[in-house]
Design a protein around this ligand. Sequence first.
Ligand SMILES: NC(=O)c1ccc[n+]([C@@H]2O[C@H](COP(=O)([O-])OP(=O)(O)OC[C@H]3O[C@@H](n4cnc5c(N)ncnc54)[C@H](O)[C@@H]3O)[C@@H](O)[C@H]2O)c1
Ligand SMILES: O=C(O)CC[C@@H](O)C(=O)O
Length: 391
Amino acid sequence: MYAVHCMNNISTVGTDALERAGYEFVDDPDRADAWLVRSANLHEIEAPAGLLAIARAGAGVNNIPVERCAQRGIVVFNTPGANANAVKELVICGMLLACRDVIGGVEWVHEASDDPQIAKRAEKAKKRFAGCELAGKRVGVIGLGAIGAQVADVLIALGAEVMGYDPYLSINAAWGLDRRIEHATELSDLLAACDFVTLHVPATDETRGMISSVAIAHMKRGAVLLNFARDALVDEQALAEALDDGHLARYVTDFANPASANMKNAIVLPHLGASTGEAEDNCAVMAARQLRDYLENGNIANSVNYGRVDLGPLGEGSRVALFHDNAQGVIGQLTQVLANSGLNIENMSNVSRGAYAYTLVEVSGAVSPETGAELSALDHVTRVRVIAREA
Ligand SMILES: NC(=O)c1ccc[n+]([C@@H]2O[C@H](COP(=O)([O-])OP(=O)(O)OC[C@H]3O[C@@H](n4cnc5c(N)ncnc54)[C@H](O)[C@@H]3O)[C@@H](O)[C@H]2O)c1
Ligand SMILES: O=C(O)CC[C@@H](O)C(=O)O
């Protein structure tokens, strides 16, 4: 059976499911067939030669060297949408904390707690903490994926006007959006029009620093920026200046770092977006299920470096999983080797993503180590797995 190493604490509903299926949890990452991870930074860690998969119990994969993994035939999974509700609730909480100075008010009460005149004093002090309502405000949602779409729905229910920007939205996702979301085709239009702007995009080469000094200059004076996506999306130096000079009223972020923790008018949380029992369970269960389906059947669902393949559960035969360059002639060579070995192809699926391709073949009989070695030696082939039912 397979060995798994946890790089972070993973909810036991996920790890128990793997244990019940006979998986062994190992302390040594080098002995593992698969890693389960949350936010641990894997960029500086060399994956062992035998590592087959990394499952991220969460959405963002900027802590994982996804491309390097693809070069070695290591499948990287995430769990899309599994923690979206938890993040949505905290984003709305963050917006409400930015509307009135709730935190200042709570601190004031705490400091005055021994004063018998506190009730009278509170009535005088409260004007310092007064603010505005979300209803009637225009809120810009950047990224309308699992989290952004849910945030937009709640904001509409609260009476806000929502403007959305997401040039990469799939047609299916667009069909699911509330028709009342105003469509911004340019980021600068959204920034200029909104009282609140909330970020829900992944940290990629394209999005890093998207809230630059130029972007901030487009924003309304007194606007609020919320960042529950990743700190790398924001030029924090430019943001600190905008908060200092009052161009922006508040920054609410889930990413505590030396810059954000010392910003004036910032509400900074310790990466709590996905920290609910429900979200942790959802992510762990989904990660464990995807890992099992890949390790035991060769199927791939929700990978960020390989396309979707689903041949269903492994039957009586065996499967050959081939990781290869997205190059001409590989499938021809593969079928030739299988035919020469007397193996009949029962089912097959091939999918490519960019430069990388994955082919899963179900064959009638057992695949010998010699056939496996012959496949591994083919041009453009990175990795070969033979999957068979355990005796
Ligand atoms: N604070 C937390 O604990 C927490 C939890 C979950 C996710 N996140 C972060 O939030 C991000 C979004 O999560 P999600 O579950 O909604 O992911 P998702 O993949 O469902 O949605 C991301 C959306 O961003 C869009 N997008 C990509 N590039 C864009 C660009 N340049 N401009 C505008 N839109 C763009 C995509 O088209 C997609 O619709 C994650 O990548 C992660 O970094 C944080
Ligand atoms: O695992 C966590 O606590 C955070 C996860 C979150 O940042 C994500 O991208 O899903």
